[in-house]
Design a protein around this ligand. Structure first.
Ligand code: GLN
Length: 537
């Protein structure tokens, strides 16, 4: 069959959950037996979000092939349970970089290079790459930002052209908007939606469906009004009231009949009956009262929970599986250095130190790790969290603070974490880390092996620094085990302590491979240890 394309645009305001909506619809289509992939078009000029501050952008989500992408890719992978690749996140920066390098090579044979058609053609080429590289039969394409932004115009023009290129039966446009609530009159307003649809029309795109997001119930009258003013069928106006339960959204999409409508409009015949058993079970589990397990997440960007999106989701997946309520205490590591926030750490049944860059708050994280080690509180360290567990251990072994990662102290006496040899001399910041999937051999008899239950795993990486092998023997003698190694034995992938109920840390990022109904084994091990400490399982 011809590939079917569903395009998502945003109206009125950003951050209304366009990515989650697309992900949930993708799931509903997958449930009908189709192979689905999702692509995000980001209008910013950075080549990828890898160089952006998490405060600007939230988490950087890493794919198997090492692409550093928007956090929406995490929603897509978790909801649809697919593995995406680097063509699934395009930015304006990538598109221009490609066109300009072709121009410099002389590929355009003297032509004048313009947004139309050169930039739009490059965008269309990259959209076509999704099917070519994933084999997906249905491609969902989300345009970042909101209609009316100057930056997104070339993307909108490209997807407009695709209806002509590919045919009406193979393209579908969904506009996701927001209905503001006016408290004084107790009503929802559709006017901003009407305006944004008009704006979209002025660029030549007539939406086939409106998803009307709102914090309040949307009545039939309002639905009718949107249908009338925006010229879509009433069935194609989908009210989506904010849900407190993220994983309920695919079920709400199903109930609203969205997937059946899409399948019909795209001329498809479903190949299987949707089976939502797992998802219903998940939502039931969320609703059930459960004993609480408290986890202190000690990080640097804790004000913005989106900066730790996948870590939070992975914790949630594991907690749901074990039937416990997760209470995350967001602890700012720089505050710990000032003696503040320790009540939160001490209230916790488990401590987690996630990934990060730069020296702010490092000592606070080390103090939290020291607390977890000496008080025998379950601990999970991720990437930077692993490196700091090693630093803390070294300080204890040598009885001095002159132990560090060379990322934070170049001339430290004991450089227990150091730059990888291949990273020396690299000056470009973008895309130059050790990125993506690498194999890791698990050591028999270790906690890591007990969690995974297999001999070898593949996990996603994003780091420059590495355990310094000069310290391996000494640390081993003092009780640190290197329970995960690269197959050649050269790189430490997992470290754990013997004299502790659960103190384990990974150089990779296990959080990216956790799924709602298939929690990551190490997160499961960590939450289980924390629940045991809390005495609830
Ligand atoms: N800053 C550390 C490194 O580059 C850790 C990176 C991370 O936590 N993702 O190795």
């Amino acid at each position: 069959m011809a590939t079917k394309y569903i395009f998502f645009t945003g109206g009125v305001v950003s951050s209304v959950g366009k990515g989650v909506t697309a992900a949930a619809m993708g799931r509903a289509l997958k449930e009908r037996g189709f192979s689905v992939a999702v692509q995000k078009l980001d209008p910013y000029i950075n080549v990828d979000p890898g160089t952006m501050s998490p405060y600007q952008h939230g988490e950087v989500y890493v794919l198997d092939d090492g692409a550093e992408t928007d956090l929406d890719l995490g929603h897509y992978e978790r909801f649809i349970d697919v593995r995406l690749n680097r063509v699934c996140n395009i930015t304006t920066g990538q598109v221009y970089a490609e066109v300009i390098s072709k121009e410099r090579r002389g590929d355009y044979l003297g032509g004048t290079i313009q947004v139309l058609p050169h930039i739009t053609n490059e965008i269309k080429r990259r959209i076509a790459m999704v099917t070519k590289t994933t084999g997906a039969e249905i491609v969902l394409v989300e345009v970042g930002g909101t209609v009316g932004d100057i930056e997104s115009l070339p993307f909108l023009e490209a997807i407009r052209q695709l209806r002509g290129d590919l045919g009406r039966e193979n393209t579908f446009y969904i506009h996701v908007t927001w209905l503001p609530y006016i408290g004084a009159t107790d009503e929802l307003k559709t006017k901003p939606t009407q305006h944004s649809v008009r704006e979209l029309r002025s660029i030549g795109i007539s939406p086939d469906m409106i998803v009307a997001r709102s914090d309040h119930p949307v009545d039939e009258g309002l639905r009718e009004k949107i249908a009338l003013f925006c010229d879509v069928e009433r069935r194609a106006v989908v009210p989506m009231v904010t849900s407190q339960i993220l994983y309920e959204i695919p079920l709400l999409i199903e109930q609203a009949g969205v997937a059946d409508y899409l399948v019909q409009r795209l001329g498809l015949t479903p190949r299987s009956q949707p089976d939502w058993t797992d998802w219903k079970h998940l939502v039931d589990m969320v609703r059930q009262p459960k004993p609480t397990v408290t986890i202190a997440l000690v990080g640097k960007y804790v004000e913005l929970h989106d900066a730790y999106m996948s870590v939070r989701e992975a914790l949630k997946h594991a907690a749901l599986k074990l039937g416990v309520e997760l209470d995350i205490r967001w602890v700012h590591s720089a505050e710990l250095e000032k003696g503040k926030g320790w009540d939160q750490v001490k209230a916790a049944d488990g401590v987690l130190v996630p990934g990060g860059f730069g020296s702010r708050g490092i000592e606070g994280k080390i103090q939290a790790i020291q607390y977890a080690r000496s008080e025998k509180v379950p601990f999970l360290g991720l990437c930077l969290g692993m490196q700091l567990m090693v630093v803390e251990f070294g300080r204890w072994v040598y009885g001095t603070d002159e132990v560090n990662s060379t990322e934070f102290d170049r001339s430290t006496l004991h450089p227990v974490i150091d730059l990888m040899p291949e990273q020396h001399g690299i000056t470009d910041m973008g895309g130059t880390m050790r990125l993506g999937l690498y194999p890791c051999k698990l050591q028999p008899g270790s906690i890591a092996e007990a969690c995974y239950g297999v001999e070898e795993v593949q996990e996603r990486h994003r780091h420059r620094f590495e355990f310094n092998n000069a310290f391996r023997d000494e640390f081993y003698a003092r009780g640190m085990r290197f329970s995960g190694l690269s197959p050649d034995g050269r790189l430490v992938e997992i470290a754990e302590l013997v004299d502790h109920p659960f103190m384990l840390a990974t150089q990779f990022h296990p959080e990216f491979l956790s799924r709602p109904n298939r929690p990551h084994p190490l997160f499961l091990g960590f939450i289980k240890a924390a629940a045991e400490k809390a005495g609830v399982i």
